[in-house]
Write a protein that binds this ligand. Structure first.
Ligand code: F3S
Length: 427
């Protein structure tokens, strides 16, 4: 890999041991990928704390610098970790410290979490604590080179914002925080961002649930390629694209897509494909929508609902407002729990605007920082869950061994209130 003089100096230790280790990791990583060089980044989203039980134990025993050294820099030698070099944000965590009791998290674990928060602050990493940093102020510009983890966020900033990132891991993101560098390959390079597969829509895709189903279908058929969707009749808003991207990155490994006439690199079909030939064309109509719905609901059988989870990816304030309109003045069924997840900053807005009160008056919770699949947090004894996210429906049964219904937000709120699932696919 070709390095600039300052990069080579960093690799030789001119900026201390931690940055030397970080540069060494990036060079090894870049060479394994076939990258010819590094690129500067000033926007990194990753995780630096100890969000899993294993990392917490490790952190307690050896300290947080040891966690960073071992798990972000691949260094058995514990090196002192300096403040981050570039603007860096923390993604979702393993628990919500404000709702630890409801989540079944013991106080000693919350104590370690708080130590991790203090460590994050010491490094100068912003505690956004969400899988949707682009909803709380971290909005990269078109063409900006980023180094982000979290598949749903990666696909959003690449496709909707036109920023440039690959789906990084904890190690490369940690090393990028300390150096401001990331290997120049994959979606940093314009030609790799061009479309490969065409999806022609035969039906109108409107609701957030519909966009989730479309994403789930496309991920299945294109896997990790770059789909170009043509025939979108209703312009999707942020939550719809958030759910679409999360789904397409769950059933498949899509990190970049184009919506013709909507997303910034696809003013036309020709621009979206550039010089790429169309590898394959798929049509999306009623039958494909039904097929996606049945796949997403494959684990669901019992109509009695124990748990309704909303907020995957974390809800925007608009979605909280919508949920409150459905929930206000009602009570969650005595045998059912309703947990809604949102970024911490959005929760402050919900607190201020009375939405948190509407939710708690209904017997539900507005939580932050984590989610059920990632934090493995659910009400005790949950057998059957209901969600409005194809991504969460994809992961929750696999991770937590529960049945899971997928439907609209209204279906989910109704299930929370009645304790039963009545949702169906509107034809
Ligand atoms: Fe976010 Fe959890 Fe979904 S981290 S994208 S809410 S699986």
């Amino acid at each position: 890999m070709r390095l600039t003089a300052p990069e080579r100096a960093m690799l030789e230790g001119a900026q201390g041991r931690a940055r030397q280790k970080a540069m060494d990791l990036l060079v090894r990583y870049g060479e394994a990928l076939g990258a010819e060089r590094l690129v500067d980044t000033n926007n990194v989203c990753g995780t630096v704390g100890a969000s899993t039980p294993f990392l917490r134990d490790f952190g307690l025993k050896h300290g947080f610098d040891a966690v960073f050294s071992e798990f972000s820099l691949d260094s058995a030698e514990v090196v002192p970790i300096p403040k981050v070099e570039v603007y860096s944000s923390h993604l979702q965590q393993g628990l919500d410290p404000e709702h630890a009791q409801a989540q079944g998290i013991p106080p000693e674990v919350v104590k370690v979490y708080r130590q991790g928060e203090a460590y994050t602050a010491r490094l100068g990493v912003q505690p956004l604590n969400t899988c949707a940093p682009y909803t709380v102020g971290n909005v990269p510009t078109r063409g900006e080179h980023c180094a982000w983890m979290e598949s749903s966020a990666v696909v959003y900033i690449n496709s909707v914002l036109g920023a440039k990132t690959n789906a990084e891991g904890r190690e490369s993101a940690g090393a990028a925080m300390l150096t401001g560098k990331i290997p120049y390959w994959g979606y940093h390079i314009d030609e790799n961002r061009l479309g490969t597969h065409l999806i022609e829509l035969d039906i109108e895709v409107q609701s957030t649930a519909d966009w989730g189903l479309l994403g789930y279908y496309i991920g299945e058929v294109v896997q990790d390629r770059v789909p170009v969707v043509a025939g979108v009749r209703s312009i999707p808003n942020l939550p719809r694209l958030k759910h679409f991207g999360a789904a397409v990155a769950s059933s498949g490994g899509v990190e970049m897509y184009h919506l013709v006439g909507i997303t910034p690199e696809a003013p036309t079909r020709e621009a979206a494909f550039g010089r790429n030939p169309i590898t394959e064309t798929f049509r999306y109509g009623r039958a494909e929508r039904r097929q996606a719905y049945e796949q997403v609901n494959a684990t669901a059988q019992d109509s009695q609902i124990d748990f309704v989870m909303l907020g995957c990816p974390h809800y925007t304030i608009e979605q909280i407002w919508e949920a409150c309109r459905l929930l206000e003045g009602k009570r969650v069924h005595e045998n059912t729990s309703l947990w809604i997840f949102t970024p911490r900053a959005t929760k402050q807005l919900a607190d201020q605007n009375g939405y948190t009160k509407i939710i708690s008056d209904a017997g539900a919770y507005l939580m932050s920082d984590t989610c059920s699949a990632l934090g493995r947090v659910m009400p005790k004894g949950t057998r059957v869950a209901a969600v409005d996210s194809a991504k969460q429906a994809h992961y929750l049964p696999a991770i937590m061994g529960v049945q899971c219904w997928f439907g609209s937000t209204a279906d989910c709120i109704e299930a929370a209130v009645t304790g039963r699932w009545h949702g169906s696919l509107a034809e």
